[in-house]
Design a binder for this molecule. Structure first.
Ligand code: HGY
Ligand code: MN
Ligand code: MN
Length: 416
């Protein structure tokens, strides 16, 4: 006789339907999503998630950063909860699964436990973290960072989007300022299920990524000061060209990242030219360099090198240069006990798996500072993410959710 839950699986169709229904909110223009944090579509997605959780018998708590905590009571009133979370906000040209899979798989775990009448000793809390992406308000993982004590709430509330709106104003505007003190909650353990956002699992034909680490990150915001001038009548020798300086810095970042192979990445995703007019040389260029590595020495060495070389490039062109870190976390080692639990769950369920280091940052990176934490990954097509074409299969989604279900049951304990 199988032990309670031994052969349990989630309801793959129900999980998939939930993903497709959530994807209808804040649709992109190419099949993905644009449900950026603290927008009206984020608010709509939150309400849908809240309704689903209500239907599953969960009680909601919201903290002053808008983090949503949906609780399924355990039988032991003194036991700290097992948290299962990720994020519902997306990139402006995001996919349907980045973050959303982890939140809705957490809900599916609860729904499956309800179906089978299984009670756990520890409560289970399904979590939606505010502003994981950092696309609208830098840095990424902002609200989980406040929860973990990495950022102050004042810092977070003051972060501005490209239109100058602050995080605090926008959270107030959408009506999701909760009454819980952020960070007051204590966790027994934290699991995050996420698409890989890279090519390894699909290329190796593996169902499950057993995530042992997450690479570290720096976001370095450069502000270059040139001189606005006519792009036609200004002789080449008279130009103070901040745009050219930016291009040379991007080339240098590429070179530094390639010199640190394997296990390093560097690039730029966001640039602002001012006045951004076709026939005006930019007076100001603001852009963020994103460098990452699982190796602490490489990560910090790349930052040192880039911050040394950029001013030289600018000086040669007479361009002013300043830099400010606007995002950072060191490489993360996830909890070995929870990692082993995930690996065993994959094995017991008969899923192929391999240990993997997360290339993307996740709220789990901050949760790991305040509780034992780990992650589970599923493949994604062509390793593509932060692209509306991001795609996974229903089978991949369900396999990871099955592993999440068993890891949560193992950690939360089945009540007698
Ligand atoms: O930037 C990241 O790694 C995450 O997608 N926010
Ligand atoms: Mn994500
Ligand atoms: Mn993302």
């Amino acid at each position: 006789m199988a032990a309670p839950g031994e052969n349990m699986r989630v309801n793959a169709d129900r999980l998939w339907d939930s993903l497709m229904d959530m994807a209808k909110i804040g649709p992109g223009i190419a099949g993905g999503n644009n449900r950026q944090t603290l927008t009206d579509s984020d608010a709509e997605g939150r309400r849908l998630f809240q309704a689903w959780c209500d239907g599953a018998g969960l009680t909601m708590g919201v903290d002053t950063m808008g983090n949503m905590f949906m609780t399924r009571e355990g039988t032991d009133p003194d036991a700290l909860p097992v948290y299962v979370g990720s994020h519902l906000d997306t990139q402006p040209t995001g996919g349907k699964y980045d973050g959303v899979l982890g939140v809705l798989a957490g809900l599916e775990v609860v729904r499956s436990l309800n179906d089978l009448g299984i009670r756990t000793k520890h409560p289970i809390v399904v979590t939606n973290w505010t502003n994981e992406e950092g696309a609208r308000f830098a840095p990424a993982m902002l609200a989980s960072g406040v929860f973990a004590g990495v950022h102050t709430q004042d810092y977070a509330y003051g972060r501005k989007d490209p239109e100058g709106k602050t995080f605090g104003e926008e959270l107030q505007r959408i009506g999701w300022v909760g009454d819980e003190e952020v960070g007051a909650r204590k966790m027994h353990a934290y699991f995050e299920y996420h698409i890989e956002q890279g090519p390894i699992l699909e290329a190796e034909g593996k169902d499950i990524g057993v995530v042992t680490h997450c690479q570290g990150l720096w976001w370095l915001e450069f502000t270059l000061t040139g001189r606005e001038a006519h792009t036609g009548s200004t002789p080449m020798t008279m130009r103070v060209n901040a745009g050219l300086a930016m291009a040379r810095i991007l080339e240098m970042v590429q070179m530094v990242a390639m010199e640190n192979q394997p296990g390093a990445v560097g690039g730029v995703g966001q640039v602002f030219f001012s006045p951004n007019s076709r026939n005006v040389l930019p007076g100001k260029v603001v852009f963020t360099v994103d460098i990452r590595s699982p190796d602490q020495a490489k990560l910090d060495g790349m930052r040192t090198r880039i911050e040394a070389e950029a001013p030289k490039i600018c000086e040669a062109l007479g361009v002013g240069c300043s830099v400010e870190p606007v995002g950072h976390f060191d490489p993360v080692t996830f909890d070995p006990t929870l990692v082993a639990t995930v690996r065993k769950a994959a094995e017991d369920l008969g899923y192929s798996h391999r240990d993997i280091i997360s290339g993307a940052g996740h709220d789990a990176c901050w949760a790991a500072r305040v509780a034992p934490a780990t992650m589970i990954m599923c493949p994604c097509v062509d390793g593509l993410s932060h692209n509306e074409a991001e795609d996974i299969s229903k089978e991949w989604a369900a396999a990871g959710a099955d592993v999440l279900l068993h890891a949560v049951i193992e950690t939360a304990g089945i009540a007698e």
